[in-house]
Design a protein around this ligand. Structure first.
Ligand code: UT7
Length: 316
């Protein structure tokens, strides 16, 4: 027993911030951002929380699955930017969509959605029927808007799948190497009478070049491994949906894997890097484009903070 994807949904806040808008805040340019990262614009929350966006993406996924909120029997959300550790993003979504099922969050930064999906597959094997899996981020509240090396990259948004029993999850891989020297994302760090907090990185910290090296190695290795584990060759893969961190990472993967760029779903230009939401948003756009047909093989791959990476192959 494995899973099939019954419905997908995504949501981004209305406000669009262009590269030219950012050039008024920091010393950067549309040309640099397009050439080095591939982002043209990103959507930024003007107050909506990760849970608000998650609920909207979830409602769209539930609708596309032909279900109602009360039909969902488990919710797993991936996020690094919820307003509160408790209630969780998944818990807030449960209330907003009118479900009464268990709900919990997982955190594996930009790989989080694929970790959540893999967790959901295990629960499906235990008899759950309709599981809602979400990636949702309000990164704009974690970014230092005076730091040009990070503020031009990230964006806000959410994506969601509803999964049901099936046989469409062909293989998967999860990877973690606990390390805070390359990427560090802060959480609340208050002082007490007995301890004075000394937050080294009050905002998202990323050593861009080291992360880039990690990303290009992992994306290639993981996609090869999960494809082989599914008893497929790369020629059998119809679409590649990866974390949207940098257009150059996807181009590099396309060359190294010899998989044509046309098979890669690319939307980084519109949304930037939305961390755990990015694979789910890209997959939803692929689904809604009407290009998917029954039997298509799709590889998903993500990488980032942790350091972590994850990949899987599904059959549509
Ligand atoms: O989601 C988690 C996974 N994340 C990733 O996979 C991200 C991986 N890393 C990257 O995508 C890239 O490393 C970045 C986009 C973050 C940076 O691109 P880069 O080509 O590695 O640039 P760099 O950090 O090596 O900086 C090159 C130059 C520097 O100037 P100097 O020292 O050569 O004079 C930077 O100060 O570019 C400068 N720079 C900028 N210039 C204009 C850095 N940010 C900017 C900017 N605008 N926004």
């Amino acid at each position: 027993m494995s899973i099939r994807i019954l419905g997908t949904g995504s949501y981004v806040p209305e406000k669009i911030v262009t590269n030219d808008d950012l050039a008024k805040l920091v010393d950067t340019s549309d040309e640099w951002i397009m050439q080095r990262v591939g982002v043209k614009e990103r959507h930024v929350s003007e107050g909506e929380t990760a849970a608000d966006m998650a609920a909207k993406a979830a409602e769209r996924a539930i609708e596309s699955a032909g279900l109602k909120g009360e039909d969902i029997d488990l919710i797993i959300a991936a996020s690094i930017s919820g307003e509160t550790l408790s209630p969780t993003v998944a818990g807030m979504v449960q209330k907003k969509i009118g479900a009464t099922c268990p709900a919990f969050d997982v955190n594996s930064a930009c790989s989080g959605f694929l970790f959540a999906l893999d967790t959901a597959v295990s629960y499906m094997m235990r008899g759950y029927k309709n599981i809602l899996v979400i990636g949702a981020e309000r990164l704009s509240k974690l970014v230092d808007w005076t730091d040009r090396s990070t503020c031009v990259i990230f964006g806000d948004g959410a994506g969601a799948f509803v999964i049901a029993p099936g046989d469409g999850y062909l293989s998967s891989k999860l990877y973690t190497s606990g390390d805070n020297s390359v990427i560090e994302i802060p959480s609340f760090g208050g002082s007490s009478p007995f301890y004075k907090a000394d937050l080294k990185h009050p905002y998202i910290f990323m050593d861009g070049q080291e992360t880039f090296k990690f990303a290009v190695n992992k994306i290639v290795e993981d996609i090869k491994e999960v494809t082989a584990a599914a008893n497929l060759t790369l020629d059998d893969i119809d679409y590649v949906v990866t974390h949207q961190a940098n257009i150059r990472i996807m181009e590099f993967a396309s060359k190294r894997l010899k998989v044509p760029k046309e098979k890669f779903v690319i939307n980084i230009d519109k949304y930037g890097n939305t961390s755990s939401a990015s694979v789910a948003i890209a997959f939803d756009e692929l689904n809604r484009s009407g290009r998917l047909k029954r039997g298509d093989k799709i590889v998903m791959s993500a990488f980032g903070g942790g350091l972590s990476s994850a990949a899987c192959v599904i059959e549509w």
